[in-house]
Design a protein around this ligand. Structure first.
Ligand code: HEM
Ligand code: HEM
Length: 186
């Protein structure tokens, strides 16, 4: 698998970025909606997709650490480049902690871990009530999951604003490169 260059990203980088990006945004929307409106029918599908995407996230993070981060393009100012690097780290770490905290709150909370109909961890119900396997860790997972929702929404807004600034203000190939295009750069 060829590595990323300044002019062109590898197919793996592009596929992993957009797969993880779209699924994370989808799970953020579904998670917030189902929790606020208590739509319990959506919980199993939210958990299953979250566990599945965890495997893809791990591949993505290993690939990124092995391959290094993209070289910045265009006329972005030094503080913008620094901010973009911080946001990339927040996004990467957030994508790892989201599924881990979700599995903690569900599995250790006694609600079970379903994966598309299979039971990875069985629910621990007594008289119809979930009994936590480890109440402290389940609570920590719950708090992390809720805090991550806020942090990641902010990080994604900054990230997309940065991408749009490259398109409309700096008019360089930053977005085109992440869409798989070959661009001119020295
Ligand atoms: C639809 C919205 C999104 C757009 C338009 C977008 C666009 C981009 C672009 C253009 C780059 C390349 C930056 C560069 O060359 O310096 C990039 C990199 C990156 N994006 Fe996004 N992105 C989006 C959503 C997301 C989401 C939701 C996540 C994470 C949950 C994410 C995580 C990352 C990371 C970690 C990088 C660093 C490079 C890498 O690891 O491949 N992006 N994004
Ligand atoms: C991988 C990416 C994931 C994202 C982006 C995500 C996102 C979210 C969000 C935004 C919420 C609403 C939180 C709030 O408003 O306070 C939520 C709730 C929830 N998530 Fe996730 N989640 C992910 C993975 C998982 C996984 C893997 C599980 C379990 C296996 C899980 C289980 C839950 C549960 C049970 C709730 C509802 C909690 C409650 O009703 O109190 N999530 N998720």
């Amino acid at each position: 698998m060829s590595a990323d260059t300044k002019q062109k990203f590898s197919k793996l980088t592009v596929i992993l970025h957009w797969t993880v990006a779209l699924i994370i945004i989808g799970l953020l929307v579904v998670g917030t909606y189902m929790e606020e409106n208590e739509v319990y029918s959506l919980y199993d599908i939210h958990k299953s997709i979250g566990i599945l995407i965890f495997a893809i996230i791990l591949i993505r993070v290993i690939w990124r650490l092995k391959n290094g981060f993209p070289k910045p393009l265009g006329k972005a100012k030094a503080w913008e480049v620094t901010l973009s690097k911080i946001v990339h780290w927040v996004l990467l770490i957030g994508t790892i902690l989201f599924p881990i905290s979700g599995m903690m709150l569900s599995g250790l909370g006694g609600h079970g871990l379903p994966l598309f109909g299979m039971e990875l961890v069985a629910p621990n119900y007594v008289d119809g009530q979930a009994v936590p396997i480890n109440a402290d860790l389940a609570k920590l997972g719950h708090q992390m999951h809720g805090a991550l929702a806020k942090i990641m929404i902010l990080a994604i807004i900054l990230h997309v604003a940065g991408a749009l600034k490259h398109v409309f203000v700096y008019k360089d190939g930053t977005l085109r490169r992440m869409l798989g295009g070959k661009i001119e750069a020295d």
